[in-house]
Design a protein around this ligand. Structure first.
Ligand code: BTN
Length: 250
């Protein structure tokens, strides 16, 4: 049976982490595709790499969406980053149509130079197929101040200047997740490639980058099919970078 993303919704006031909750439950229970687990607060919200995700109680959206994308080869898993970040982008752009909303590679959503949402994808693979994909989304909605040393957080309320209803935000976000997931399933990805590049932060703009051992001027010219960032340098040479091996400097 074809299920809508967001059905069922499993809600908790407090969890360690919605992603960890789903991953840790997989031994005892099965989840249908489309299930979302939502928490009002996380005691150990996880970000990418070693980072933590800060979120005040009941101020923001913290959720994990369970997917079983049997149609997608694990080698092409970057399409999960694309569809999810575009859905979050769509939602933020819908709330703030006049703002400069972008997706910062690989899957942060930005308003100007500040991060409004982050995505953490965990998956389990059996043989050549995904068994489960756990797509965690943290979306800052009504939190006004941030305590952690996260470099540049922002919330929607900083731009709307009024509190937003979290339930309405969730419904709207689910609408965009459903429609981008259909795009991924039906069109298999090609149109997502263009849509992703169209909203990519600093795409084609000459910028300063840094790697572990040097800084250089370059511009993003594309994304490989495996999700690596392609950066062209002033010399005309283009190189491909894995996540965490390059970042904007300044
Ligand atoms: C990042 O940008 O570093 C990714 C942040 C992802 C945060 C969300 S909040 C809901 C889900 N549960 C977690 O522990 N992390 C993700």
């Amino acid at each position: 049976m074809e299920r809508k993303l967001g059905d069922p919704k499993i809600r908790y006031q407090i969890l360690e982490s919605t992603n960890e909750f789903v991953l840790g439950s997989l031994k005892e229970r099965k989840f249908n595709e489309g299930t979302i687990v939502i928490a009002g607060f996380q005691t150990h919200g996880e970000g990418m790499g070693e980072n933590r995700w800060e979120s005040e109680k009941d101020k923001n959206l913290l959720l994990s969406l369970v997917l079983k994308p049997v149609f997608l080869e694990p080698a092409h898993q970057f399409y999960l980053n694309k569809f999810a970040s575009l859905a979050v982008y769509d939602f933020v752009k819908h709330v703030l149509p006049d703002k400069n909303v972008t997706v910062k590679w690989p899957n942060d959503v930005y308003i100007d130079d500040k991060k409004v949402a982050g995505i953490l994808i965990n998956n389990t693979i059996i043989g050549k197929h995904f068994e489960y994909v756990v797509l965690g989304i943290g979306l800052n909605i009504n939190q006004k101040t941030f305590k952690s040393d996260a470099p540049n957080p922002v919330s929607l309320i900083h731009h709307t200047n009024k509190e937003l209803n979290l339930e309405e935000c969730l419904q709207s976000l689910l609408h965009y997740l459903n429609s981008r997931y259909e795009q991924l399933k039906v069109e298999k990805s090609q149109s997502l490639d263009g849509d992703y590049l169209n909203v990519l932060y600093r795409y084609q703009n000459w910028s300063e980058f840094k790697t572990e051992n040097r800084t250089f001027k370059g511009r993003i010219t594309g994304i490989t099919e495996y999700g690596q960032l392609q950066i062209e340098e002033e010399s005309g040479k283009t190189q491909e970078y894995d996540f965490k091996t390059v970042e904007f400097s300044g």
